[in-house]
Design a binder for this molecule. Sequence first.
Ligand code: XIL
Length: 322
Amino acid sequence: AQLDVLAKLAGKQYFGSAVDNPALADKPYVRQLTNRLDFSQLTPSNTMKWETIQPQRGVFNFTGGDEIVKLAQRNGQKVRGHTCLWHSQLAPWVEAGKFDNATLHEIIHDHCYKMVRHYRGDVGFDVSWIVSWDVVNEAFEDDGTFRKTVFYNTTGLTYFDTVFRSARAADPKAKLYINDYNLEGLGPKSDAVAALVKDLKARGVPIDGIGVQGHLILGRVPTTIKENFQRFADLGVEVAITELDIRMELPVTPEKLEQQRKDYETVIAACRAVKKCIGVTIWDYTDKYSWVPGWFEGEGAALPWDEDLKKKPAYNGIASGW
Ligand code: XIL
């Protein structure tokens, strides 16, 4: 059976893929992307980021995001919104850091509220087509300290309150997540996220989930994913794997592909084992459009379909993990 079918049989809400708008011109690519037996969920990998959505103060551009949401809607696929607040791919006018605390709070509210509100109703749906939002992305360093972004430097921790409340007000039904990488296994960064989520919940700040990106390295899948996910779930939030890929040093060999199959299986089995791990999204489905070669020198082949859109052993690893 296929990946979303198996995820549902395992009691999960979806298996999905990220997609970036330029790839929508590639017909064979779109045919597989919209195959609902494999994917019942999509995440726009770039066009809901701040630099695109609000490139200048008060100037909003929803074109790319709308294109993906409409495609998903036509195909009965859910969407994950990505992302309200992130230090990277941020508009220069915000990044410059020239606003005082009160003004930056207003800017954060305005940005997140307008974007989440737009996708709740303005694209022609009665109900939101976006089931969950990565409200805050990558707020921590790997050692568990807060990342010193313009948001942190200007507002301290109060930006979390503002941005989560804005998202909730804009779309009360969407699940609101904090999302980060190197959060798969137990460690200082996942401890820090757990502590923050506990504090936000105790103070009544609306947060529903922890997103674990899952940008992993071949043969180095953490051994404590299940324990960590369960500890997150015990805080009273759901967990999702939001950007899974498992990269290898090139060239590809049959041995590496076999290791990758096992690694995918291990990760999926960990999600399967934790009831509150509600779904998995891969960070695009084919090596043809993976971000990995562009970001990690000499690495690639991180996804379950190769550059010719053929299934790799990793596909079977996901299937058997479910
Ligand atoms: C990546 C995109 O895939 C690339 O196209 C872009 O150039 C850089 O960002 N963590 C995230 C994602 O939360 O937004 C990133 O996406 C990958 C790392």
